[in-house]
Design a binder for this molecule. Structure first.
Ligand code: MV4
Length: 449
């Protein structure tokens, strides 16, 4: 097992990794940008190195600076967390070339799943259902029209180098398709340096169901159930839950097996998440695979009792996953609410600033993963998430009740946060019934406009 790990990240996920390391008896090195000097991950790590100025490019994305910090402190491994360099195959390669273990998948796993067409091709070859669409990237508008006629409208244009909703355009007829196709190519070139786009049948009112998988270096791969992440705004997840209110045991088994097949097909190692779109007729389709630990991993931990970050570290240290698929059990329901410094009544505008009052919730079934504290200055340089409220109950109704209680206890002043938004959702009849799709938030806010 490693004796010292560098955490190449900040905020709540850096704290999450430090906690796992401490429980494993591993010393920790934090890296931080100048404005993060008073952050908790700096305070709680055994050592801390300033790696640059505020801009991510000068600090948390600054590979030479991070590798230098790792060399100076003589760490054996680096955990990238999520975001920043977590899915940067080049960074993973540099770590390996410096004999520093990258705690995550192989560079090949990252690269393969980073190209959305290649990822889809892998899934298809693994026998996993994929969304009907073009076999490869579409080069000309004539080809686009031909494919759309085969698919029947509506269709969606996606950037091969996109993902996470970036560069997507929905089309309902030939005229819209032609203009969207040309615009999408230009935008993809500008945003990702790669103009390649592909076309798929548009799945209307889908749900976003993702499956957590874990693979060790001996080819043993298991899944840890699903997370329903359908409540999103502009492709930013806000609320996640497990189990999904729309999955029965049979569908859960089929989707779990499909996710494991995806991972097995590419020899996946460490933690990963296979994202599916679930149609209203319970057909599911491979969407993307994320090659990192995800923000929402705690809800899976709450229902399985498995510490995903510790297992990531153990796998990277060459250990075998100590449980078989049949040993993994799911207990109760868990819900995560992302607490962002944003104003839900002002188009979720980010609201950085100093926290004066920070009264946190607690009690049975409540977990709060946050790096904030009274007096903490929320930085305008990084994303607006200040913490995640995670609750666990014996079933979905109890989890919702615990969530409502915890949200009432959670006082953050004077900055605006998404807490009032979460309160509205937890009291929304459609949410409580479990009947909603990816347009839930638009419909929730539209109704009041
Ligand atoms: C789709 C889709 C409908 N049909 N693809 C959004 C981000 C990226 N993961 C892919 N996404 C979608 N792809 C087809 N063929 C609808 C979405 C989508 C979505 C998916 C999951 C959760 C929230 C979403 C919000 C808008 C669009």
């Amino acid at each position: 097992m490693f004796s010292k790990i560098l955490i190449a990240n900040r905020g709540e996920v850096a704290l999450r990794i430090i906690r796992a390391c401490k429980e494993l008896g591993i010393r920790t090195v934090a890296v931080y940008s100048q404005p993060d000097i008073n952050s908790l991950h700096v305070k709680y790590a055994d050592e801390a190195i300033c790696i640059g100025s505020a801009a991510s490019a000068n600090s948390y994305l600054n590979i030479p600076s991070i590798i230098s910090a790792a060399e100076i402190t003589d760490v054996e491994a680096i955990h990238p967390g999520y975001g920043f360099l977590a899915e940067d195959a080049h960074f993973a390669e540099i770590c390996e070339s410096c004999k520093i273990k990258f705690i995550g998948p192989t560079p090949e796993n990252i690269r393969r799943m980073g190209d959305k067409m290649a990822a889809k091709d892998s899934a298809k070859k693994a026998g996993v259902p994929t969304i009907p669409g073009s076999k490869a990237c579409v080069k000309t508008k004539e080809e686009a029209i031909k494919i759309a006629k085969e698919m029947r409208y509506p269709v969606i244009i996606k950037a091969a180098a996109g993902g996470g909703g970036k560069g997507m355009r929905i089309c309902h007829n030939d005229v819209r398709l032609i203009s969207a196709f040309l615009t999408a190519q230009r935008e993809a070139e500008a945003a990702f340096g790669n103009p390649e786009v592909y076309i798929e049948k548009y799945i209307e009112r889908p749900r976003h169901i993702e499956i957590q998988i874990l693979g060790d270096s001996y080819g043993h791969i298991v899944h840890l159930g699903e997370r329903d992440c359908t409540i999103q705004r502009r492709h930013q997840k806000l609320i996640e839950e497990t189990p999904s209110p729309v999955l029965d045991a049979k569908l859960r088994k089929r989707m779990g097996e499909a996710a494991v097949k995806c991972a097995k097909a590419i020899g996946y190692v460490n933690a990963g998440t296979v994202e599916f779109l679930l149609d209203e007729d319970n057909s599911f389709y491979f969407m993307e695979m994320n090659t990192r630990i995800q923000v929402e991993h705690p809800i899976t931990e709450m229902v399985t009792g498995i510490d995903l970050v510790k297992d990531q570290i153990r796998i990277a240290a060459g250990e075998r996953i100590p449980y078989k698929q049949d040993n993994i059990t799911f207990n109760g329901s868990a819900i995560e609410c992302r607490i962002n410094a944003e104003d839900p009544d002002n188009d979720f505008m980010p609201c950085p600033g100093k926290i004066a009052v920070f009264n946190v919730p607690g009690g049975r079934g409540v977990r709060l993963d946050t790096h904030a504290y009274p007096g903490y200055e929320i930085s305008p340089y990084y994303d607006s998430m200040i913490g995640k409220l995670i609750v666990h109950g014996k079933n979905r109704t109890e989890a919702i009740n615990i969530c409502k209680r915890a949200l009432d206890e959670f006082i953050i002043e004077p900055i605006k946060t998404t807490i009032p938004f979460h309160k509205r959702v937890m009291n929304n009849p459609a949410f409580i019934r479990g009947k909603f799709s990816t347009d839930f938030i638009e419909r929730l806010f539209e109704k009041t406009e």
